[in-house]
Structures are given as structure tokens and as C-alpha cells.
Write a protein that binds this ligand. Sequence first.
Ligand code: GTP
Ligand code: NAG
Ligand code: MG
Length: 322
Amino acid sequence: MTLATALLYLLALGVCAAISICVYLVVTSPPKRVRTAHGLTLRSSKQDVSLPLPDIADNASVTLSVVVPAYNEEERLPLMLDETVGFLDQRKKSQPDFTYEILVVDDGSRDRTSEMALEYAKKHENEHIRVLTLAANRGKGGAVAEGMLRARGERLLFADADGATKFADIEGLESELAKLSSDGLGVVVGSRAHMVRTDAVVKRSAIRNFLMHSFHQLLYVLGVREIKDTQCGFKLFTRSAARSIFRNVHVEGWIFDVEVLLIAMHCGIPIGEVPVTWHEIDGSKVSLLRDSIRMALDLFTIRLNYLLGVWAIDLAATSKQQ
Ligand SMILES: Nc1nc2c(ncn2[C@@H]2O[C@H](COP(=O)(O)OP(=O)(O)OP(=O)(O)O)[C@@H](O)[C@H]2O)c(=O)[nH]1
Ligand SMILES: *[C@@H]1O[C@H](CO)[C@@H](O)[C@H](O)[C@H]1NC(C)=O
Ligand SMILES: [Mg+2]
């Protein structure tokens, strides 16, 4: 066997391997969820019974919804709620028309996250806090999507339960959204890109920073180029944008933010990015190695499925009437 034939065999082997990996990723990728009320309970501190579930297709009935995905967050959540409620009650005082809801989405926690949130609401006599409990754990993407589809706001923010972002930074997102949204469509994402040269990032472990840079390279190759920080847990949507996007998502894990942005781009929804204050909070639930591999595979899955047309964006689901 000559060197040339050996190389040819090797090449053929490589192509076969690549094709098998692609087929595997497409075959094992999640279908779009059929959204039902099954396994969802919505409660406030007032009633013990489950409230009727609102639908993102309905008209808004509050000004702002804050959706908080929470998985085993009984320890970190109260502090986040203090800050959020403090800010929003203050705004309510200065703007009598302003109304809000905080929708804590308990992602099938094994601790007392839901009970904690309800007790918090009762103790502070806050009727704006609602708790949506998912029967089983779905991942951050699943929790955010279910929350968005059951929220009532004209505008909808999702914010991490650890309170890593200073809540007052929502003002920057709101003014950017007011500027860029057209036809009621718009998304503004919080960004930590300005912090890359600061201690918060430099002091992180080398492996973490290496993974962060690789992730950015991968995103660039996959076509997400305008947005510097896709993963920040602080994103604001108009109601129409949330309706278009969250009825079309497939991915429920950590990488869901990328699919959210890809759908927004596909639908021609304007996207803005605004710097936010961010402090690393202890108790992160991300496992570096396992979640990095998962995220890289999911990225390819997303790209392949849209490329091959296996996942299609249902534009009818994005229209208002329905
Ligand atoms: N780990 C995990 N978090 C979830 C899940 N569902 C929802 N979340 C929420 O996702 C948010 C982000 O979690 P963090 O552990 O702070 O992770 P992170 O902020 O992406 O990562 P760090 O930069 O390490 O803080 C929190 O509000 C979690 O409660 C889940 O299934 N697993
Ligand atoms: C929702 O709002 C639109 C426009 O403001 C209005 O025409 C429609 O009747 C409203 N629908 C309901 C169910 O209130
Ligand atoms: Mg965090």
C-alpha cells in the first residue's frame, strides 16, 4: 500500500466519522416541545390552589415580568428577591401606572425553593410574586421558556436567581429597548464583555478562561458574531419578541441563550447589547468539564438542525392572533 492510498483511506475514514457524528447529533436532538399545562403549578402567597395559567398569546396585563429560573436556590434566592422587590417597589412609588410580577420558576428543585419563595411573598405581603413549579428538572432553558410562556408583562426580563447582575441595570436595557424596538419587537441582552480585562475575569482560573475563549471562537464560526456575550443571565424582551422566540425554542440546557438569539436573528428582531455590573456569586451549579462538552455538542446540534432544516421556525406561531 502506497502512502497516497493510506492517506486516502484516512481521509475517507475522517469523512465517515464526521458524517456519523452529524447524523448522531441530529437524530438525538430534542424536538420542539408541545407546550401543555401538564406538570406545571402556578401559585401566589394568597391562594394555596393552582392559579389559572396565563399564555404569552394573551394581551399583557402588567408592565414588567421578571422571570427567575431557580434550581435548588433556597439559599441564594431571598437576597435576589430583596434587591429586585426593593427596586421595583421604588419604581411603583414614582410611577403609579407601573405594575410588575416576579415569576420564580422552580425547575424541579430537590430543596424547598418553591416553598421558600411563597413564604417570602407571604412574609413581605407581596402579591406580585408568583411561583411556577415544574414537576421535573428541565435545565435553565426549559425553566426560562416555561416562565416566559406563562408571564403577563408588556416587557419580560429573565434574571438569574443568584443576583449576579445589579438589578438596577435593567434601566439601561429598558432605554435601549425603547430605542431599538420596531413593530413592538426587540431584545436587549446584558453584557459582561466590558469586564474581560477586569479582575472579575482575570482572576478566574486559567481553564475557565481558556474555555470561555474557545466558546467565543466556536460561536464566531457558527455565525453568532455581533453579540459579544451570549450567556449573560439578564435579558429583556418585548412581549411580541418573547412570543415569537419562546414558542420556537428546542434547547433546554445551558446553551439555550444561543438558540434564543439565533431565532431572534432569523425573525428579524432587533437585538441590542448593554453592559451590566456583574459579580461572581458563590454556589455556581455549572460543572466545568461536563457542561463545556455538553455546550459544544449542543452548539453543533443547533447549527446543524437549522442548517438542514430539521428545526424550522414556525412563523405562524409568532403572529399575534392565535
Ligand atoms: N444548574 C442549574 N441551574 C438551573 C437549572 N434550572 C435553572 N437554573 C438556574 O440558572 C441560573 C444560573 O445558575 P448559576 O449556577 O448561577 O450558573 P451561571 O450563573 O450560569 O454560572 P456562574 O457564572 O458560574 O455563576 C440560576 O438562576 C439557576 O437557579 C438547572 O437545571 N440546573
Ligand atoms: C388585545 O389588544 C388588542 C390591541 O390593543 C385588542 O384589539 C384586543 O381586543 C385585545 N384582546 C383581548 C382579548 O383583550
Ligand atoms: Mg451565576
